[in-house]
Ligand binder design. Structure first.
Ligand SMILES: [Zn+2]
Length: 178
């Protein structure tokens, strides 16, 4: 679910700001993370989630056999951004210091509290549509919900699992070979 996969040459998109000093280094949450070297004020845009824009159907086809993607669903989810910038290294946390905001097809990572220099930048992935993938969370925060799926998606997945369980239970038992 989270990172390291196929990198992709993006269609360049205009970056609206570059004043934040971000760097990538190893993270306790997951392999690599995105850190700020300067203080960030609550409400500031930290970065833009840039990358190649494609339909969800195109992305599904392209990454059919890849367990790892950097796809960010836009609007109703029919379009996705295939991440290609520092932002794709931003890890998930259940107690994140940022959130994502979608404005006119652009996705920004925005600080939800003041962030100190040296802190890792995180946002809540609220994953959905993950198929069989588990997407466990190990952010280590107090209120960790142990998954990177959104609360809504967790409910849906439980429901699906229950229905599948029922189907299995209703399946006629195979005749024993005596
Ligand atoms: Zn967590």
């Amino acid at each position: 679910m989270r990172p390291y996969g196929k990198f992709y040459i993006p269609t360049p998109r205009i970056r609206l700001f570059t004043r934040m000093a971000l760097m990538i280094r190893s993270s306790a949450i997951h392999a690599a993370g995105c850190y700020t070297t300067s203080a960030i004020r609550k409400g500031s845009r930290v970065a833009e989630y840039t990358g190649h824009l494609m339909t969800k159907a195109e992305a599904d086809k392209l990454y059919e056999h890849s367990p790892v993607t950097y796809l960010f669903g836009l609007g109703d989810g029919s379009m996705v951004i295939d991440g290609h910038s520092m932002t794709m290294f931003v890890n998930h946390s259940c107690d994140a210091n940022c959130e994502t905001e979608e404005i006119d097809g652009h996705v920004y990572v925005v600080a939800t509290r003041n962030i100190q220099p040296g802190e890792e930048i995180t946002y809540d992935y609220c994953l959905y549509d993950g198929g069989e993938e588990e997407a466990n969370c190990n952010c280590g925060s107090k209120g960790c919900r142990l998954t990177m799926y959104s609360p809504k998606e967790v409910k849906n997945r439980k429901k699906k699992a229950r229905l599948n369980g029922k189907k299995l239970a209703q399946r006629p038992k195979p005749a024993s070979n005596r």
